[in-house]
Write a protein that binds this ligand. Structure first.
Ligand code: SF4
Length: 364
């Protein structure tokens, strides 16, 4: 069973920290959706049986509910168990939420990021804390029983006390899933420019790690399963679509900049609105692709698997291959990785702080 991802690359305005592919040319939405519908029609067969649909962005909630409905209908996956859509709190209204639920969306991922107005302004979000809380309540009233919210930490001027308040507010909302990311200073973003000019100060590594540990600890106490480095769910509410990225399930990516994974091939559409629309409309879309070698696949398993609480299974072949100077000295990861009884390698809490370094060392 595969997943389908649809990328909606429109945002009302660009957030200060974001380097995702998106545009503020909202007037192109109609044309874009028509093109997406054509791509779905052309590539529907590639996906086979579909288990999950994820409409992400950008900001999918800049689209009309009728657009969402048409795209879900075009995919035609009556057996899909999870249909997620990302929602900006600023776009939520009772009417809109009801309409997208009727269109087939059964899970929302709400980009809240913070419950502190000051911090929301700092990172350039267009909603405020009251809107964020209201969006969750309205979604619940509209009948959504599977809600995820995003929260950010390690934001300039964010204190541990404020971060703890955010965690408690999130728990008070009774959502089923929380994704949380530390702020990254990506090249070329407004936040990075401000950092370089000395206008803002980055949170130090120790505080960032302490914020992450506080989050993990508190959510665990509240009954959440920490199933991926940045993702926490009440039992049974782990994101199925995102989990398929981590466990190597095939997926078809539709829309500008969307990636597809149909093993052993990975391909991607151009991250350019005009090139995408003209390419699909003219029947000449060039999708770049690469065929993953056995080594690439092994590295992907390390990279993605170690992010999850399941970790990676080291079978005998992998053990011997990896053993050549890679996993041989597992003791140098003492305290950072542990081997489970059923032979899986899993990152410890300490290991999660330095996960990228561990992954780099384990890749061949
Ligand atoms: S963070 Fe989300 S809403 Fe903000 S610019 Fe990036 S894609 Fe758009």
């Amino acid at each position: 069973m595969a997943g389908v991802y649809i990328h909606i690359p429109f945002c009302v305005r660009r957030c200060a920290y974001c380097d995702f592919f998106s545009t503020t040319l909202l007037e192109r939405r109609e044309a874009y959706v028509e093109t997406v519908l054509k791509e779905i029609e052309k590539r529907r067969e590639e996906a086979g049986a579909i288990r999950t649909i994820y409409i992400g962005g950008g900001t999918p909630s800049t689209l009309e509910a009728s657009h969402i409905r048409r795209m879900i209908e075009a995919i035609g996956a009556p057996d899909a168990t999870e249909v997620t859509m990302e929602l900006n709190p600023g776009d939520a209204s009772a009417e809109y939420l009801k309409a997208i639920r009727e269109a087939g969306v059964n899970r929302l991922s709400i980009g809240i990021q913070s419950f502190q107005d000051e911090l929301l302004r700092l990172i350039g979000r267009r909603h405020n804390a009251a809107q964020a809380i209201k969006a969750v309540r309205m979604a619940q009233e509209a009948g959504f029983e599977n809600l995820s919210i995003d929260l950010m930490y390690a934001l300039p001027t964010q204190t541990m006390a404020r971060w703890k308040e955010d965690i408690e507010t999130a728990l008070g909302l009774k959502v089923q899933h929380i994704s949380s990311y530390g702020l990254m200073y990506e090249d070329g973003t407004a936040m990075t420019k401000r950092l370089e000019k000395g206008e803002i100060e980055a949170v130090d590594e120790e505080t960032e790690n302490a914020m992450y540990d506080t989050l993990c600890q508190r959510l665990k106490e509240a009954g959440f399963v920490h199933y991926e480095v940045s993702n926490f769910a009440l039992p049974g509410y782990e994101a199925q679509h995102n989990s398929s990225y981590w466990d190597g399930t095939p997926y078809v990516g539709i829309g500008a900049g969307a990636h597809s994974y149909l093993p052993p091939a990975r391909s991607w559409n151009p991250s350019d609105l005009n090139a995408y629309i003209q390419g699909i409309e003219g029947g000449s879309l060039v999708r770049e692709s690469e065929t993953l070698s056995e080594k690439d696949m092994y590295n992907e398993r390390i990279m993605l698997g170690l992010r999850t609480s399941k970790g990676i299974r080291l079978d005998d072949t992998q053990r011997s291959r990896a053993g050549r100077g890679q996993v041989a000295g597992l003791d140098r990861f003492s305290g950072l990785l542990r081997l489970t009884e059923d032979g899986r390698l899993v990152a410890t809490q300490e290991g999660l702080h330095v996960l990228n370094r561990i992954i780099e060392e384990l890749m061949i």
